[in-house]
Design a protein around this ligand. Structure first.
Ligand code: ADP
Ligand code: MG
Length: 287
């Protein structure tokens, strides 16, 4: 399910006093199996952008083509697209509605016309994937903790077996444990099933550690699109956009400004440590 955006702009409430330009001239393509991170300040257009990917929002100008389907074409059927491009909304737990966890997760696959047995299998599998015990099935989603509710929402989208899996700030508001759990499950899913994963995040650490490609959005425009090691080199520019770089990179960039011979970017603490030890050796430190 390759995704291609050509010169996409989007304006909310066009022609009214509330008009808001959310995206401007965005060009972008995402190939099968990529793991892409999208970062940008609040209000930069990330959520608007990802809703283009499954046709929920259509461009005001420009075109969006998903798997050869032009989302703005007349009479185009978007239901198959929405099943194959699964989107977990920001604060998705607010959209839980059914009486039981199982019924909530089953909603999507049921609408796909699968047999009850297959639906049941999908529900169980999705629960395991998000790390929830199968016993939770008969509970009300509203009795669960925030982190558990978030996982139920993630499971509901996964149960449709999407080919592209989009998560809009899936860790926002979770404690560090819940955050790490969800992220490692997402990484595992990408590795094991090879599906395209698109992760909207405001954590530079998470993006640096997980994704193969980072897209930076600022005031509706695509500012950077590249490998994390290349994008995070632009520390000063990212800061001017209200963003940062991973802490490991920050440390190296500070050392460089003091004349140390270290690389500009480290994506993990481990990488920074290795670089600093090498530089220390260079400086004749024998520790
Ligand atoms: P992000 O996800 O990066 O926080 P959004 O895509 O939600 O950004 O929003 C981009 C811009 O569009 C913001 O200025 C926001 O206020 C505006 N916006 C978002 N949703 C709506 C809406 N439903 N109606 C009007 N303006 C909106
Ligand atoms: Mg958003």
């Amino acid at each position: 399910m390759p995704i291609r955006l050509n010169n996409v702009s989007f304006t909310y409430s066009q022609g009214t006093p509330f008009e808001r330009h959310a995206l401007r001239n965005v060009d972008l393509s995402i190939a099968d199996g990529e793991f892409v991170g999208i970062i940008g300040q609040t209000g930069s257009g990330k959520s608007t952008l990802v809703q283009m990917f499954n046709g929920l929002i259509k461009p005001t100008s420009g075109s969006v083509i998903v798997n050869d389907i032009l989302t703005t074409a007349k009479g185009v059927k978007l239901k198959p697209l929405r099943e194959q491009v699964g989107l977990v909304f920001q604060f998705a737990e607010y959209q839980l509605f059914a009486e039981t966890v199982a019924a909530d997760i089953a909603f999507g696959p049921q609408n796909q016309g699968l047999s009850p047995e297959e639906v049941c299998r999908r529900v169980d599998q999705a629960l395991v994937t998000v790390g929830l015990p199968v016993e939770i099935k008969d509970r009300s989603p509203f009795e669960l903790s925030g982190g558990q509710m978030r996982r139920v929402a993630v499971a509901g989208v996964l149960a449709m077996n999407p080919k592209v899996f989009i998560l809009d700030e899936p860790t926002a508001g979770l404690d560090p444990q819940g955050r790490d759990d969800i992220l490692s499950q997402i990484a595992k899913l990408h590795k094991e099933r090879g599906i395209t994963v698109i992760l909207v995040s405001h954590s530079m650490e998470d993006v640096a550690r997980l994704v193969d490609r980072v897209i930076v959005i600022h005031e509706g425009e695509l500012k950077y699109d590249g490998r994390p090691a290349d994008v995070f080199r632009h520390g000063a520019e990212l800061k001017s956009m209200g963003l940062g770089v991973p802490q490991a990179t920050e440390v190296l960039q500070q050392l460089r400004s003091r004349g140390w011979n270290v690389p500009e970017v480290a994506l993990t603490v481990e990488e920074a440590k290795t670089a600093i030890l090498l530089a220390l050796r260079d400086r004749g430190y024998k520790g």
